[in-house]
Write a protein that binds this ligand. Sequence first.
Ligand code: AMP
Length: 197
Amino acid sequence: MNVILLGPPGAGKGTQAKRLESHYGLKQISTGDMLRAEVAAGTPIGLQARELMEKGQFVPDPIMVQMIENRITEADCAQGFILDGFPRTESQAFALDSMLKRKNLKIDVVILLEVDEEALVERLAGRQNDDGSRRADDKPEVVRSRLEVYQAQTAPILPYYEQGGRLKRVDGMQDVGTVGKHIDGLLKEAKASGYEA
Ligand code: AMP
């Protein structure tokens, strides 16, 4: 089962992806985490991504598409994967489907976490990593521009998934457990409607 989690920054994609990873053995693929690792390691991709990420802007599509293509073909994705933070543009969404088609794979369900944007700014202002550190791009002024970029570049991909009948909406303002149960129901539904493992 292959899942996409969509939603603006701070909607809870990472939290829900981690839950799905432990409950279903699906692999979380967080492009944000992958990019932060590239930045920390000082790789050529990291050097290119760093400034863009600090401003809340997107890393170029070809880099992201290649990164995903490499990642989903690794052995730990064989049971399925959860894309968290990808696709983020129409071009990424189209490239993903054609890449999966070539590999005889598909996305079974696309889950949109719907949240109130004003609440997100507050949520992200208080967000901490497990070690108590904070992300540089969670500063309120960068959060605002990340939300604008989401509306301009990511929201336009929703009709594509809606038309294909794959988009399911979940109220992401509920508590983590309730959102998780709702997502469980959607995975069950997707399974019943005939995905092939
Ligand atoms: P995230 O942790 O998902 O909020 O991602 C943090 C930052 O990484 C984003 O603000 C972008 O700068 C970059 N990023 C992550 N995923 C993508 C993507 N699919 N396309 C372009 N940039 C991305």
